[in-house]
Design a protein. Sequence first.
Length: 90
Amino acid sequence: MILVSLLAALALQTPPVPLSEAEINYDYRCKSCHEPGQPGVPDRTVLRQMKSAAIVRSLETGKMKAMGTTLTADEKKALAAFIVGAGSKP
């Protein structure tokens, strides 16, 4: 009876949604400093107020250039879009 209940509970669970590449990049490259923000580092609530283009510029030529060196241009754009929220400011 317990086994049947356990199997029924497992069957009702929805499988986890796979992370996007942008989410994986954020978790790996950004999250440890921006959630919560370290001293002198804006936290994610501040980053969400920025334009995507400003985040991309930071990854290309700004303070985050070192973090962006291994990302392609498309990955930088996707990461910036993820940070500010899908469909947000270009």
